[in-house]
Each structure stands twice: as structure tokens, then as C-alpha cells.
Write a protein of this length. Structure first.
Length: 94
């Protein structure tokens, strides 16, 4: 990683804000897939958020560039939201 303060700030914001949004989007998408009761699935999904958030933070700082970090978080979040919307439209999730 270069000694560029702008890149460091960008990665930090990506890790804190983007990682949080991405982890929650993934957890919500996974909640509809878990083969348990709705209450247990929601609790399990929210518990997974902590691990997913930690993984997102580690991935952001291991990416080659800040742009790649943002792109990866954006794609993962978009896919999760799309999966959730499709599941909801099909009627599998109330």
C-alpha cells in the first residue's frame, strides 16, 4: 500500500461504512435461506453480521487499491440486495 493519505481514508471509510452495509445486506439475504424458523433465522443472520463485517474490513485493507475495495463491496452488496428482492418477489419470504 502506498503512503497516500487519501487512499488510507478511502479504505477506512470503505471498511467502516461500506463493510457495515455489505455485512448487513449479506446477513439479510442469508436469513431467507436458512432452514430454521423465522425468528431463529433472523437471530442467526444478525449474529453472522459480526463475522461478515470483520471479513469485509480485512478484505478492504488487503485489496490492491482502494478502488478495488469499493468495487468489491459494492458488487457484494448489490448481489445480496438483488438476491433478497428476487426471493421476496417469488414469495418465499414474507
Amino acid at each position: 500500500m502506498r503512503k497516500n493519505p487519501t487512499a488510507l481514508w478511502s479504505r477506512s471509510i470503505a471498511a467502516l461504512v461500506g463493510g457495515y452495509i455489505c455485512a448487513n445486506a449479506l446477513a439479510i439475504a442469508l436469513t431467507g435461506v436458512l432452514p430454521t424458523e423465522k425468528d431463529s433465522a433472523v437471530i442467526s443472520g444478525m449474529m453472522m453480521t459480526f463475522a461478515l463485517y470483520a471479513l469485509a474490513i480485512m478484505w478492504v485493507f488487503s485489496a490492491k487499491t482502494a478502488k478495488r475495495a469499493w468495487l468489491g463491496l459494492t458488487i457484494a452488496t448489490a448481489l445480496s440486495i438483488t438476491f433478497w428482492i428476487v426471493k421476496r418477489q417469488l414469495g418465499d419470504q414474507p
